[in-house]
Design a binder for this molecule. Structure first.
Ligand code: KG4
Ligand code: ZN
Length: 357
């Protein structure tokens, strides 16, 4: 029988200061004992986005209290922990260092195992907190900094089969919002405005949509939106643009996910067809519905994490810590923060001008 494991997870890679206590019991049941997330929205509103120095200062001010709250809410004390996990990358270096140092210090004082977590692996494994999902599965990771199709073959084993060649999807939502004069963070607000508009009003481009494979591109769409926003005069037109943008994103994701599902099916002929989404943009209900319909059409069973666990949180970091620890992995306390840390190091870097897709 497996041992019960209780981990503290700490996340400070961007603009959420988060900590959580997660327990996996000897039967394999998972309990989220606490999940404390402190967003820095007010701090970044004034600047229209995340300024790394400001974000780091806010993390430094709050990290102790957030960890304390996570412990209090879990009704456990430090000595009850079996390990500490903290995000070590990718993300903003000055932000990562705050949570990583806090995690390493706690682990050192407690003399408990420490796990340095790849933030993207946190997102990739989140769905397994809520369902017993077997490997391999197809993952669409859509966050503020990343947009990728990955085949999750196991803990620490990822094959990237598609990626954005320019902007990430969350970034595209946020920039579209900014161009429409919608305050930071724009993604969730675009979803709200889109419900009020006519999705067929603007005909927006879908870059590289007819290229085979499942790479994505959003830069051309962003430029088209910039041109339209210059002509927009009233709230109705803003709603129409938000709705047309949401529809265009759904069409792009639908086609590219379909390609990814076909590729998964060809590559893993005798395996269950499982589709998972994660990352902040996976909170978007319209995208969830669109990809749920596609899963049915393609005969894929899907697992979408609850909305509150799609955006950055400490639970996914604690959970990735548990998953890695169960594989016999532990990290040394001299591990450093890594601003760039791909899940599939063998995949080509495809961003920037002149990329070939
Ligand atoms: O995963 P996440 O919390 O942080 C990163 O790892 O980047 O994702 C944040 C991104 C932001 O760009 C935010 O605007 C976007 O997720 N987002 C949304 C929604 N909620 C958050 N985008 C579209 N619709 C939403 N409902
Ligand atoms: Zn994230």
């Amino acid at each position: 029988m497996n041992k019960s494991l209780t981990f503290l997870g700490i996340e400070t890679s961007c603009d959420e200061t988060a900590a959580a206590v997660v327990q996996k019991d000897s039967q394999g049941n998972v309990k989220i004992l606490s999940n404390i997330v402190s967003s820095q929205i007010d701090e970044h509103l004034k600047f229209g986005g995340v300024v790394p120095e400001n974000a780091a200062r806010a993390h430094a001010e709050k990290i102790d209290i957030i960890i304390k709250k996570a412990l209090q809410k879990s009704k456990l004390s430090f000595k009850d922990l079996d390990g500490v996990a903290a995000t070590a990358g990718p993300g903003l270096l000055v932000c990562l260092m705050i949570g990583l140092s806090a995690g390493k210090s706690i682990a050192a004082i407690l003399k408990k195992p420490f796990l340095a977590i790849n933030h993207l692996e946190g997102h990739a494994l989140t769905a397994r907190i809520f369902n017993k999902i077997s490997f391999p599965y197809l993952l669409l990771l859509i966050s503020g900094g990343h947009t990728q199709f990955l085949i999750v073959e196991g803990v620490g084993k990822y094959k990237r089969i598609g990626t954005t060649i320019d902007d990430a999807l969350g970034e595209t939502f946020d920039k579209t919002a900014k161009m429409l004069g919608i305050e930071f963070p724009g993604g969730p607000k675009i979803e709200k405005f889109a419900k009020l508009g006519d999705e067929n009003f603007f005909n927006l481009p879908k870059p590289i949509i007819h290229h085979p494979g499942c790479n994505l591109s959003f830069a051309g769409l962003k430029t088209a939106i910039l041109q339209i926003t210059r002509t927009i005069k009233n709230q109705k037109q803003k709603n129409d643009l938000a709705a047309s943008f949401q529809k265009t994103i759904n069409e792009i994701l639908y086609l590219k996910c379909k390609n990814a599902m076909k590729q998964f099916t060809n590559q893993y002929k005798n395996k269950n067809k499982i589709f998972v989404i994660s990352g902040g943009v996976a909170s978007n209900k319209s995208i969830r519905k669109n990809l749920d319909d596609l899963s049915i059409e393609m005969n894929f069973k899907n697992f979408f994490p609850p909305i509150e666990f799609c955006s950055d949180n400490g639970t996914m970091i604690a959970w990735a810590g548990i998953e890695r620890f169960e594989k016999g992995i532990k990290d040394k306390l001299d591990v450093i923060a890594k601003p760039r840390w791909p899940l599939d190091p063998s995949a080509a870097f495809l961003k920037g001008a002149g990329v070939k897709y």
